[in-house]
Design a protein around this ligand. Sequence first.
Ligand SMILES: Cc1ncc(COP(=O)(O)O)c(C=O)c1O
Length: 378
Amino acid sequence: MKWKVPYIDFGRQFKKQEKLHLNKFKDIMNKGDFVLRGEVEKFEKTVAKYLGVKYVVSVNSCTDAILLTLGSLGFKRDAEIISVAHTYVATLSAIKHVAAKPILADISDDFNIDPTSIEKLITKKTRAILPVHLYGHSCNMSAIMKIAKKYNLLVIEDGAQSFGAKYNNRFVGTFGKAGCFSLHPLKSLGAAGDGGFIVTNDKKLYEKLFRLRNHGQGKRKDGKFLKSRYDIDFFGFCSRLDNLQAAIVNNKIKILEPNIRKRNLIAKKYNKKFKGLPLILPKIYEKKKYRDVFNSYVIRTKYQSQLFKFLRKNKIEALINWPKPLYKHKGLKLGKTFLTNTEKICKEIISLPIFPEIKESELNFIANTVEKFFKSRS
Ligand SMILES: Cc1ncc(COP(=O)(O)O)c(C=O)c1O
């Protein structure tokens, strides 16, 4: 299908920094700097500075970022970790893969975990809360951290969709024990393939993750951790961020802030164009409590499947992320649950194209198409 408006236009994104990317590519290819090289180290330092955290460990995806973080924290079998069912499956698969048990809380109208639904799920086995900052919007971190403190629980943040988002002027991913991020191309800071990273202020966790991503090996330049690169401390994984991918995100992080401003502007424009239509629109916070990054622009309608089909018929690449709660996938064996708001939201959401390079004419076309849909129903 040739879209009139794609969900993201990667070609336009590339054109903006074409020279920078090609020069880096040539340099890396000529030198053969492919695995755990300078660009990786530079990326980790840049992110640590940007977020104001002590340590950053890059890995090959956010899935691995969550998995290795949970694995490093040493949860016992069946330890309960509270998270949500309206997230990408990776959040819960990481919990499952460390033999812990995902306990599912409902979400609020901001699509994120509802703090008021957490406390009643806490048992003797609860060890952690894993909030997901969905669509580029932070969870209510003061409420979550308060509960975590009260019950002595760890907080591990899934910030896959929200790199650059803030809550009370503080970046998401920096509230709990660790924050996990994705560099998947659809994310606010996206590579040309898979990538991810963990941020933390905990030195011990950092030292573990640094080696866990590389088969238990890892001599740092300052000689810390291991005497030699050939020493192996424990069985680890092969989960390294490619140097080429790191170079791409090192270029792209230079325009992250202007891109975030553009995404906010686009969301504002969408909201203005949709005013008066029977839609629930995302809230625009104007930098008070929240600084959003609008990784997705998500509208809600009773006519989800009809509007979705209409948009795609008109060559607008809308998405539904995701049409059903994770516990409804029988094969995942998450048990029988019914979370009222999660169910309702899954049946109403549609993600519209949003990327910094989107044109005014494309926004108008989308707005006119949505308007046409509702006119045809009245
Ligand atoms: C909320 C959430 N968590 C985790 C992930 C996993 O990220 P990755 O694809 O980098 O493994 C994603 C990816 O879409 C996500 O949206």
